[in-house]
Design a protein around this ligand. Structure first.
Ligand code: B12
Length: 444
């Protein structure tokens, strides 16, 4: 189906980190996105425990995986984890899912697997949902890891055989590095603050650079929600990278108000290889911004764009489309994006994710409960325009703001876009700019 899966398929960082926690156990990562055959892995590896991860759109697939595992051998223990399972464990209330790990997995999964091996009482483990007499029972919540430097380095080598299948935007096989967890803001559409209990924790600059030093790839993507949340740390990471002479192309996410606060830091990062920043612009009208509780302004977004352009950094700008928009609203956004010269605009339909304030507010107006449609390109709320027209406008957003051929040629010449990514990018664009691809999945 149409979706962002063609824009990014990075290495499964969560699974690599969890694998590191399972010292003394035989661990294998099976990446089904890369075409791995589940049946084959089950037969060959004969696991005793199978853990499965995913976001909201993956929830149905996570369930069928657990089903397939149990059908293969009912004695295998199945464990679900990650954002969706943590925030909506009730969606996994089926006999095929034995345990759900709520929140951070490092210590909980390790304790669970150890207990399963030694036959200890798993109900004594904090942070899990288990089944008792056919019903889900939760143990007390797990405390957050106090010092993220204590988390193990990811076992990246476990996915070596899939490396050539990973990509991120234009880049093949990027390295994902997590340097912090949590966000202090409480945006209505986001579940991150719920997941991390509104708390922010950071790995030390030294630990981050130690992780960067181990990377064998050309591109490093920092996964943090706002890499610039702690400015002093971002500055220290930059100076340590400069001292060690590490040469990578960096990708990160940041809030526009952080960028505006320290343009000097942006300049320094540009100098050591910062290539693209993803900014959640969200809206282009001040009043709509307030509704989201983003605690940021359109004016700040514009100032941040100016700073990034001045430093030659590409902007991946994400905008939220309101299902209640009319054609004129789409026109206004097209004009706005063009004015701001955003290199890679991204348009997503306002989607109430389970676990968010928005979900609570909109639960009763959802037009579907099919999680596969919670892909941010389909509306799961009533639209003002008839659906075919709404999607025609979504397609129009992409076709009217995509990079011009001249710009593309310039980026190919400068190496900012590798030739090898052209076919994939062309495929994504032809999908996003065609209204039929959105409607296709709505047909029975
Ligand atoms: C980096 C990132 C991206 C990157 C890469 C995405 C990817 N596929 O990996 C990019 C920019 C491409 C991206 C895009 C999107 N993203 Co994003 N992204 C993130 C971000 C900031 C970090 C994810 C990450 O790598 N974390 C690091 C790992 C280590 O953490 P983790 O996965 O949570 O794993 C831990 C636990 O969850 C647990 N765990 C996880 N799995 C399992 C499994 C088992 C068995 C166990 C025991 C434990 C366990 O243990 C791990 C270690 O503690 C999160 C927000 C956040 N802070 O988490 C949003 C987030 C994942 N993204 C989200 C969304 C919605 C999207 C988009 C759909 C939205 C959009 N507007 O474009 C697209 C989808 C594109 C795609 N192809 O996937 C949502 C998903 C929410 C949901 N319920 O579905 C999040 C949570 C942000 C939010 N707004 O709430 N994203």
């Amino acid at each position: 189906m149409v979706g962002f899966t063609r824009i990014a398929r990075p290495e499964p960082l969560a699974l690599e980190i969890l694998a590191s926690c399972l010292e003394g156990h035989d661990v294998r990562i099976a990446d089904l996105r890369a075409g791995e055959d589940l049946g084959h892995v089950l037969q060959e590896f004969e696991p005793q425990v199978v853990g499965v991860t995913g976001y909201t759109i993956h929830a149905p697939r996570m369930l069928t995986i657990c089903q397939e595992v149990k059908a293969h051998n009912s004695l295998i223990t199945t464990v679900a984890g990650g954002h969706h399972a943590s925030l909506s464990p009730e969606d996994f209330d089926v006999p095929d899912v034995d345990y759900i790990v709520i929140g951070e997995g490092e210590r909980t999964f390790q304790e669970l697997v150890d207990a399963l091996e030694t036959g200890q009482d798993v109900t004594q483990i904090d942070g899990i949902v288990h089944r008792q007499h056919g019903a889900q029972v939760a143990t007390p919540p797990r405390e957050l890891i106090a010092d993220l430097d204590d988390t193990p380095l990811p076992r990246r080598e476990l996915v070596d055989r899939y490396r050539s299948d990973y990509f991120f935007q234009f880049w093949s096989s990027p390295a994902l590095i997590e340097t912090a967890r949590g966000c202090p803001y409480k945006c209505t559409f986001c579940s991150v603050w719920k997941f991390y209990q509104g708390k922010c924790r950071f790995k030390s600059a030294e630990r981050v650079v130690a992780e960067v030093e181990r990377v064998n790839e050309e591109v490093v993507c920092f996964t943090d929600d706002n890499f610039l949340q702690d400015m002093r740390r971002a500055e220290k990471i930059e100076s340590l990278i400069r001292e060690t002479g590490l040469k990578f192309r960096y990708w990160l996410q940041a809030r526009s108000d952080s960028i505006v606060r320290r343009p000097d830091l942006i300049e320094k990062w540009a100098d050591i290889g910062l290539s693209t920043i993803l900014i959640g612009f969200e809206k282009f009208r001040e009043e709509e911004m307030t509704d989201l509780n983003k605690r940021n302004t359109v004016a700040t977004n514009e100032e941040a764009s100016r700073i990034l352009r001045a430093n030659g950094i590409d902007i991946w700008g994400a905008f939220i489309v309101d299902p209640l928009w009319e054609r004129a609203d789409f026109d206004a956004l097209i004009e706005y994006v063009r004015k701001l010269h955003i290199s890679f605009p991204q348009f997503t339909v306002l989607t109430p994710l389970p676990g968010t304030q928005l979900f609570q507010e909109k639960l009763h107006t959802l037009t579907t409960h099919d999680y596969e449609l919670f892909d941010f390109l389909h509306s799961v709320l009533p639209t003002k325009l008839p659906l075919p027209e709404f999607y025609e406008n979504m397609a129009r957003l992409y076709s009217n703001t995509a990079m011009t051929v001249e710009e593309l040629k310039r980026k190919l010449r400068s190496g900012d876009i590798p030739h090898s990514s052209l076919r994939r990018i062309k495929g994504v664009l032809s999908e996003l700019t065609c209204k039929e691809s959105y409607l296709h999945t709505l047909e029975p």
